[in-house]
Ligand binder design. Structure first.
Ligand code: BGC
Length: 840
């Protein structure tokens, strides 16, 4: 037997070992009957043959390539090459042209394809999730898949399957929900959608990446049972749906970096779940060569720090075996083969269909919008209230399309809500805008400065420098927000000797917010708020034009300008019959939120505007839950998160009642900051001594509020409709090892409406485990005409009735009399019944 042949057999053995461990060590965690997901479009068949011939051909192709690749070529497939990233994408592997192994282009992300050119900016995944609609998630995935293929990519770094564990986490908008079941359903469908179009989905970030604070180093501690019943559910569903790739997270999990975790990558992912795709590191998330590749990480991104020369040396020195390298290469190549990329006749890339992308973006944004409050018939806008409207807030005028960080997408186009409301209100109506709060600042009056200087829109040619040094004098103490808008290199702005906008290393520098980080004309923006004493201050500004030259402007807001903006908004509110106030909170990867309150002067603005006009609707463009001390003053509150490029039109659809609000919260909104799983206990978030413990165990999200009997502001699953609903006649009976739940949902109002009927299940009396008070077991989104009733059937599968037994390392069915609840939210469950589940 040749060495190459014996090595190949070893690879097969190693690949098979995982599956064996899964069968022997753990109960199969893929639900019975779950297939490998929808296959991507088949590559042009090399030669028609009997069933299975194609797979055999693929295996032979991969084996033959493995035999011919040199060690240099193999390791080159196991890491990214920083340059060139031809499309401005996140990752690039040049391939091995000599053997026809194509270059691979990897890009973000979860809410749209992020490359150097514009793309369809879809609503944030959390807004998609709020629709509770797996079919819509598939459609969303298809848009991502088609755009990705059209824009020249092979792998999409999406979706993000991490749970929303804390409302403070900076990336909550990029992920789906606090509930493991809902997350699992939607992750699977988005992946199927992406891969339906032939693009490889790389589900991220495996695992326990639920906060930005210390993300590179934090050691996240979670018990085996907690892991399986909460965070891992989405990833498990991704594997069952056939995801081609998994992205390893930055953080440590139970003491070991996720990208070198044997328990996670070997035992769970490859062993118990039988994953046979490849594992990519998150950007710069690899910390070692031997430990990482031995644990099962296949590809380092974006460079070659650990898997380039160090890996070759490790092989030559014997600390990493050839088989280990071959196994990683095998996983990469067989995935490429599965997606038809290892053929000399790859499927043609489709053209972009921007119009179809925009249609889906609008549909999702409208479907997910959550009406949190609606008093005194404030919404939908109708009659006189629809003809005399004050639109207030900066994000009424500058559309808030995407969050910040690697999920930020530059859209083809995006209308402002003001324009969409004007258009919908139509001729003969009066729609006025008032800023309320100035996000981008006014020019610094040149006469304020000694010597006078125009710091508004300076342009420097390449290589030129410019500077100003002078003073300005304040007659009274003031609070200023100074802003610098710039292209190219950030100018230096020193006030009384202090640099106001220092360039820092790390993610906080790399990522600015999706709204605040960029001016409407695309210039980068940085802000600094300062308490200034009366008297003279020294200001020094210097700038240098890089290769492409430079533009910058210095702007400010003062106490007086802010008061004027507020007064203007109140005046506009008084003059109109109704008010739509757009409020924002700008989150981004790289930074957690420091407060759940709306930032800046927005709370004051809402109070003042709602006092002037109680027919005020607050539209929230925020990343996650928000505290609302101002709530009782408002007429209505509509949560639209980051609604994507079609957000303006979709928001108008809801405001005017063209679409019934069918979105429901996928996360609990706490009553105040002390009433969250982390409230009043600063040791638990963001962690102590570099450790973050999942002390809430299986009680993540709404389960914690139920377990602690803590009243939320708005519960998980909450969302109002413009019509009214009644739930009737619950029948629960055993079926196929699970439960069949039937009930009637009736639209008792006078409008057509959309409801999300939810089913929760109580604990098993037979299991001696701490179980959720109520776990989401199923749901159904349905649209009914006025007066119409529908019998709804929800099947509770055995998994939804099972708990992870840490002693048996397996799922165990929770037998006995189980309580089943049905209703409109996790806290509004008018129907309940019991049924016996037989565990054997
Ligand atoms: C993020 C990932 C992203 C990657 C590439 C990382 O910083 O955590 O979500 O896919 O960058 O842009």
């Amino acid at each position: 037997m040749s060495e190459a042949v014996s090595r190949r057999s070893a690879i097969r053995l190693l690949a098979g070992a995982g599956a064996a461990l899964g069968a022997a060590g753990c109960a199969p965690s893929v639900p019975p009957g779950a297939g490998r997901g929808t296959a991507p479009p088949a590559p042009p068949a090399p030669a028609a043959g009997a069933p299975g011939a194609e797979a055999a051909d693929g295996a032979a192709r991969v084996d033959s390539l493995l035999e011919r690749l040199t060690l240099e070529e193999k390791t080159a497939l196991l890491h990214g090459a920083r340059d060139p990233a031809p499309l401005g994408q996140a990752g690039y592997v040049p391939g091995v042209p000599r053997l026809g192994i194509p270059a691979l282009r990897l890009a973000d992300g979860p809410a749209g394809v992020r490359v150097a050119t514009p793309a369809t900016a879809l609503p944030a995944p959390v807004l998609l999730a709020s629709a509770f609609d797996p079919a819509l998630a598939r459609e969303y995935g298809r848009v991502l898949g088609r755009e990705g293929r059209a824009l020249g990519l092979d792998v999409l770094l999406a979706p993000m399957a991490n749970l929303i564990r804390t409302p403070y986490a900076g990336r909550n908008f990029e992920t789906f929900a606090e509930d493991p079941r809902l997350t699992a359903d939607l992750v699977a469908e988005v992946i199927r959608g992406i891969q339906d179009e032939g693009l490889i989905a790389a589900v991220k970030h495996f695992a326990l990446y639920n906060q930005e604070k210390g993300r590179d180093t934090v050691d996240v501690i979670a018990a085996e049972r907690t892991l399986h019943e909460t965070e891992l559910r989405g990833f498990e569903a991704a594997v069952a749906a056939g995801a081609g790739a998994v992205v390893g997270a930055y953080n440590k999990v139970n003491g070991v970096y996720a990208c070198e975790s044997g328990p996670l990558l070997g035992e769970v992912l490859r062993g118990a779940w039988g994953f046979d795709g490849w594992v990519i590191s998150d950007r710069e998330a690899v910390h070692s060569t031997v430990a990482a590749i031995s644990a099962g990480l296949d590809v380092e991104m974006p460079g070659a720090t650990h898997f380039g020369a160090p890996l070759r040396e490790a092989v030559r020195g014997g600390s990493v075996s050839q088989d280990t390298v071959d196994l990683a290469v095998h996983r990469v190549l067989s995935t490429l083969d599965r997606f038809g990329l290892l053929t000399d006749r790859p499927a043609a890339r489709p053209a972009r269909d921007a119009a179809a992308g925009a249609r889906t973006a609008r549909k999702v944004a409208a479907a997910g919008a959550v009406l949190l409050r609606n008093e005194r018939g404030t919404l939908p806008l109708a009659g006189a209230a629809a003809r005399s409207i004050a639109v207030i807030g900066p994000t009424g005028q500058v559309p808030f399309v995407s969050g910040g960080g690697s999920a930020h997408v530059v859209p083809d186009a995006a209308a402002a809500p003001l324009a969409a409301i004007r258009q919908r209100a139509g001729n003969g109506s009066t729609v006025r805008h008032a800023l309320g709060e100035d996000l981008y600042g006014r020019p610094l009056p040149p006469v304020l400065l000694r010597p006078p200087a125009d710091l508004d829109d300076r342009r420097l040619e390449a290589g030129r420098t410019w500077s100003h040094e002078g003073t300005f004098t304040l007659t009274a103490a003031d609070e200023w927000t100074l802003l610098v808008h710039y292209t190219g290199q950030r100018p230096s702005v020193r006030l009384d000797g202090e640099e106001l906008f220092p360039v820092r290393q790390g993610v906080a520098e790399q990522f600015a917010g999706g709204l605040l980080g960029t001016a409407p004309d695309g210039m980068a923006v940085r802000r600094r708020t300062l308490a200034l004493k009366a008297g003279a201050h020294r200001l020094a500004v210097s700038a240098r034009g890089g290769a492409a030259g430079q533009r910058f402007r210095l702007r400010l807001t003062t106490r007086a300008s802010r008061a004027a903006d507020l007064a203007e908004a109140v005046k506009a509110a008084k003059a109109a019959r109704s008010v739509v106030l757009f409020a924002y909170e700008d989150a981004t990867e790289g930074t957690d939120r420091t407060s759940l309150a709306l930032p800046g002067g927005q709370e004051r603005l809402i109070e003042a505007v709602a006092a002037a006009n109680p027919r005020t609707t607050v539209v929230l463009n925020t990343s996650s839950s928000t505290t609302m001390p101002w709530l009782s003053r408002t007429g209505a509150v509509l949560q639209t998160y980051y609604p994507g490029q079609e957000g303006a039109g979709a928001t108008a659809d809801i405001l005017f009642g063209d679409v019934d609000p069918g979105g429901r919260l996928t996360q609990t909104f706490p009553a105040d900051e002390d009433a969250t799983p982390f409230g009043g206990n600063p040791l638990r978030y963001p962690g102590v001594g570099g450790r973050q413990e999942h002390t809430e165990g299986v009680h993540v999200g709404h389960r914690w509020y139920d377990a602690q009997r803590t009243a939320p502001l708005f519960p998980f699953g909450h969302g109002l409709s413009y019509t009214t609903w009644q739930y009737e006649k619950l029948v629960v009976r055993p079926e196929h090892g699970g439960l069949r739940v039937e009930f009637t949902v009736r639209n008792t109002g006078r409008r057509k409406g959309t409801e999300v009927a939810q089913v929760y299940v109580g604990p098993s009396p037979e299991l001696k485990l701490d179980q959720p008070v109520r776990a989401l077991a199923g749901y159904r989104r349905l649209t009914l005409a006025p007066g119409q009733a529908q019998r709804v059937t929800v099947t509770i599968d055995p998994r939804a009735l099972s708990s992870w037994d840490p002693e048996r390392h397996a799922w165990v069915l929770g037998g006995g009399r189980r309580e089943v609840f049905a209703g409109r939210s996790s806290r509004e469950l008018p129907l309940r019944s019991k049924a016996v589940v037989r565990s054997r």
